[in-house]
Ligand binder design. Structure first.
Ligand code: 5AD
Ligand code: SF4
Length: 462
């Protein structure tokens, strides 16, 4: 009988991608996906360390798992608990001390060794207290050791092309938990892209903590940047849409801007975090750019691709942020006009330089600033969505909607679009007349009838 593997994923798309790869890696060992930890033979918590109380949340989830593991031990069935991701990397041995019932603690660079660790955990038997720890940053790349992709991912799939970060923003744990920047070779990425497309993907989102710092090698041994990689991916037959996330403003180069203007498959939507609109705060954050440089980059991107919509990350209440600094952030938001954005209260991450800075901002001030910023960003998002009503947009259908007979797809600008359409249209791209909008989605109707039944990919290549 197949053993059940339950993976709980926290945080970014990178973790979603890593969880999918871990599931693929464990399939040959007889593990099939399970929905709940209660009846799982193995549970992996794939953790995120980016914001507040991350470790505490993991320990409290582990407390819950311990009770399940204890009751499973009582009926003799046993359960392997693994903690992966950035909290595992940051906590390391401390985690095995605090939670000795955890069998495996593995950092993001060690996933390819997971099957071996699971085998060792089984040999050791449950609760010997000999937890397995692997949080090294190995010299070889895990990507060279992961088997080829197997499981189809659906219409829209993630593809990790770059990992780690050398930017060392003073608030951020990523350079410590994910390690130095690493780019996968272009041939490996293209091969994975072809496999995903053969499995039904029509859209790929290229992932990396600092994805536009991508600098892989091509087949000829030369260096290739993200702009050139996007062009090569656009040639993969059957691939209709390309996105990438997350970018750093400093790494937006001419080739990438040109790709936005010239590659139709590259969607006109870009997540380009600025974090703050104040030059003083940007310097204290070690972002390596000021507000004017960010705005120039936005202008150049929009000149290349006039319908480009922007998304962003902001942090309010970074140590020393004054009212004037915060006003500068609001001013930048008014200038750019975002289609979508995420905003966070600064939270000190242990071990990062900003955590030791004086002039930490009070919770009350952070709350008030966050509310004002989110109100402005919410208005902009609503205005962007409202401007879509009455237009005809190309929508890629991804999955069934909440109501029978309805599908959910994505617009070029990554908005969710709810449309009455038959199930067989999943994987199709169709023109949709947008009729309604909410803050986080659009609604519309097919502008013309879809062809009957059949396989979406077959139709595409017909
Ligand atoms: N406090 C608040 N927000 C943070 N982020 C990263 N580190 C912190 C922190 N210490 C936010 C940034 C980043 C996003 C992924 O999370 O805005 O772009
Ligand atoms: Fe963190 Fe800055 Fe690197 Fe982004 S660029 S991952 S915020 S250090």
């Amino acid at each position: 009988m197949a053993k059940k593997l339950h993976i709980k994923t926290y945080g970014c798309q990178m973790n979603v991608y890593d969880s999918a790869r871990m599931a693929e890696l464990l399939a040959p060992l007889g593990y099939a996906p399970g929905d709940t930890p209660e009846d799982a033979d193995m549970v992996i918590l794939n953790t995120c360390h980016i914001r507040e109380k991350a470790s505490e949340k993991v320990y409290s989830e582990l407390g819950r798992l311990r009770r399940i593991k204890d009751s499973r031990a009582a009926d003799g069935s046993g359960m392997v608990i693994a903690v992966a991701g950035c909290v595992a990397q940051a906590e390391g041995e401390e985690m095995l001390r605090r939670a000795p019932f955890v069998d495996i603690v593995l950092g993001p660079q060690a996933y390819h060794r997971l099957p071996e660790m699971v085998a060792r955990a089984h040999r050791a038997g449950a609760d010997t207290g000999d937890g397995i720890l692997d949080t090294e940053f190995p010299v070889e790349s895990k990507f060279d050791h992961l088997p080829a992709r197997t499981a189809p991912e659906g219409v829209s799939a993630f593809l990790s092309i770059q990992e780690g970060c050398d930017k060392f923003c003073t608030f951020c744990v990523v350079p410590y938990t994910r390690g130095a920047e690493f780019s996968r070779p272009a041939a490996q990425i293209l091969e994975e892209a072809r496999t995903l497309v053969a499995g039904g993907a029509r859209e790929l989102t290229l992932l990396g903590q600092n994805v536009n710092a991508y600098h892989g090698v091509d087949r000829a041994g030369g260096e290739i940047g993200l702009g050139a990689l996007v062009r090569r991916l656009a040639d993969v037959e059957g691939l209709a849409r390309i996105r990438y996330t997350t970018s750093h403003p400093r790494d937006v180069d001419d080739a990438l801007i040109a790709a936005h203007g010239e590659v139709p498959a590259l969607m006109p939507y870009l997540h380009l975090p600025v974090q703050s609109g104040s030059d003083r705060i940007l310097a204290a954050m070690n972002r390596g750019h000021d507000a004017a440089a960010y705005l120039r980059t936005v202008e150049r991107l929009r000149a290349a691709r006039p319908d480009l919509a922007l998304s962003c990350d902001f942090i309010v209440g970074f140590p020393g942020e004054s009212d004037a600094d915060f006003e500068a952030t609001l001013e930048l938001v008014r200038t750019v006009e975002y289609a979508q954005a995420y905003s966070f209260k600064y939270s000190a991450r242990p071990g990062t330089p900003a955590a030791a800075l004086p002039n930490q901002v009070s919770v009350a001030v952070k709350d008030e600033r966050l509310a004002r910023l989110q109100a402005l960003l919410g208005e902009q998002q609503m205005a962007f969505n409202r401007a879509c009503v009455g237009r005809t947009l190309e929508v890629l259908f991804e999955r069934p909607g909440r109501h029978a007979g309805q599908l959910v797809g994505r617009s070029p600008w990554n908005q969710a679009v709810h449309v009455t359409a038959p199930d067989h249209a999943i994987g199709d791209m169709a023109e949709v007349v947008i009729e309604t909008c909410e803050s986080h989605s659009l609604g519309g109707r097919l502008s013309e009838d879809l062809p009957d039944g059949g396989d979406a990919m077959e139709r595409l290549s017909a």
